[in-house]
Design a protein around this ligand. Structure first.
Ligand code: PGA
Length: 257
């Protein structure tokens, strides 16, 4: 019998918390629950400055660490930037690329593509974010997403398919209350659409096995419906990932699906 595919739950801490002390507290709280779960892969993406310190607290493989951004070159005169080999060398194995909050600061599909390509070549798993600003009644968001998939994933090598994750994060649902998350029915439709576009893009049926995560005000009360009803492979959780109780409940809920 084929092993059940692990769901992926990523905690995107964004620019939080304010101190390493708080970061340790949150991480150790999450660790207590996450370490015992077998159906869920927990990934914690703290700010860069906390990454290696948290990784030293935990060297087991059950929880993975990731970064929230990466540069598109390996090394050199790029003041303030951080490269994929650096992330790897401090214990990171995932990286979020093209989050809408970065795209909003000017990151284009072309930049997202360059960052993703180098992250994959460096051995990281790239969590590529896509998502529309609004769900217009004419359905233009479908064309928009198709374009984001085509341009952000342009020229990527099929041999890296297993290390590509898509985070579908409709911008209108991000950082709101849990009742503002996308409905499971709409999410299911979007997941089918994205999966079909991935297969078309990579011209191989194996692209259908790329994990698709949902992000946008996911919470412990909506996790079951979003992942189960929405038929996605996990969640990218923002503000709720900083609350140990809520994030632990999300992990346990999805683990039980
Ligand atoms: P949210 O953030 O869960 O706070 O809406 C999700 C994200 O932006 O990754």
């Amino acid at each position: 019998m084929q092993a059940k595919k692990q769901k992926i739950i990523i905690g995107n801490w964004k620019m939080n918390p304010l101190s390493i002390g708080e970061a340790k507290e949150i991480f150790l709280g999450v660790k207590k629950v996450a370490t015992s779960l077998t159906n869920v892969k927990t990934v914690i993406c703290p700010p860069f400055v906390y990454l290696s310190l948290l990784n030293k607290l935990y060297t087991d493989e059950v929880i993975a660490f990731g970064a929230q951004n990466v540069f598109w070159d390996t090394k050199g005169a790029f003041t303030g930037e951080i490269s994929a080999p650096m992330i790897k060398s401090v214990g990171g194995s995932f990286v979020i690329v093209g989050h809408s909050e970065r795209r909003n600061m000017g990151e284009t599909d072309e930049v997202v593509q360059k960052k993703t390509a180098l992250a994959l070549r460096s051995g990281l798993t790239a969590v590529v974010c896509i998502g529309e600003k609004e769900r217009d009644k004419d359905g233009n968001f479908f064309h928009f997403l198709k374009g984001q998939i085509r341009e952000s994933l342009k020229g990527l090598h099929k041999k890296h398919l297993e290390r590509i994750v898509i985070a579908y994060e409709p911008i209108w649902a991000i950082n709101k209350s849990d009742k503002d998350a996308m409905s499971p029915g709409d999410l299911r439709e979007m997941a089918i659409f994205i999966r079909k576009n991935l297969v078309d893009h990579f011209k191989t049926a194996s692209a259908a096995s790329i994990s698709i995560l949902y992000g946008g005000s996911a919470s412990s009360s909506t996790a079951k419906e979003l992942v189960g009803g929405g038929q996605v492979d996990g969640l990218l959780v923002g503000h709720q990932s900083l609350d140990v109780t809520n994030f632990s409940d999300i992990l346990k809920t999805v683990n039980a699906l």
